[in-house]
Design a protein around this ligand. Sequence first.
Ligand code: IMP
Length: 179
Amino acid sequence: MPERPYVIDEMISAKTIAARIEALAQEIRLSFAGTDKLILVGLLRGSFVFIADLVRELDLPVEVDFLEASSYGDAMQSAREVRILKDLRGEISGRDVLVVEDIVDTGFTLSHVVHLLEGRQPRRLETIALLDKPSRREVPVRASWTGFEIPDEFVVGYGIDFAQRNRNLPYIGKVRFIE
Ligand code: IMP
């Protein structure tokens, strides 16, 4: 498919993201106070920048693992069928788990991952999403913590891609096609 030209309009600045993550980390620290069993599970690849910033703001003993679920691929369409492309390295049974997601869109990915991980008997399972597009929801799922609610726009940056590009932008921007 030939690439249509587009520009990226800034939607959430790097500074705003950093301030929100600091606040979220405080809430998470209080919620998990006293735990020595916390493991952050980042959903690849979109959450890699978010989890890196979040974990450094989190003043708790914490481990990090990653899970890769199939998602948009190179398109702008959500996948209804979620497949696990890379599973966790470690066990989560009896652990406190915080799933770290970039965006909750239709909700298929998060609900599938939560269902999968619940089956492994964690002590506690919570979720955090940097972005939420509630107007796009098809599966009734809500993250325990959300960074920002956004309208139905296709966004990139801060780890989030369009056809694998733009993950390196320090801010969240929306894609605007020109012509
Ligand atoms: P869901 O299963 O429809 O909730 O989609 C979740 C996944 O789709 C996210 O983890 C992203 O990888 C991808 N996604 C959803 N919205 C966007 C977007 O605006 N830009 C880039 N990727 C997106």
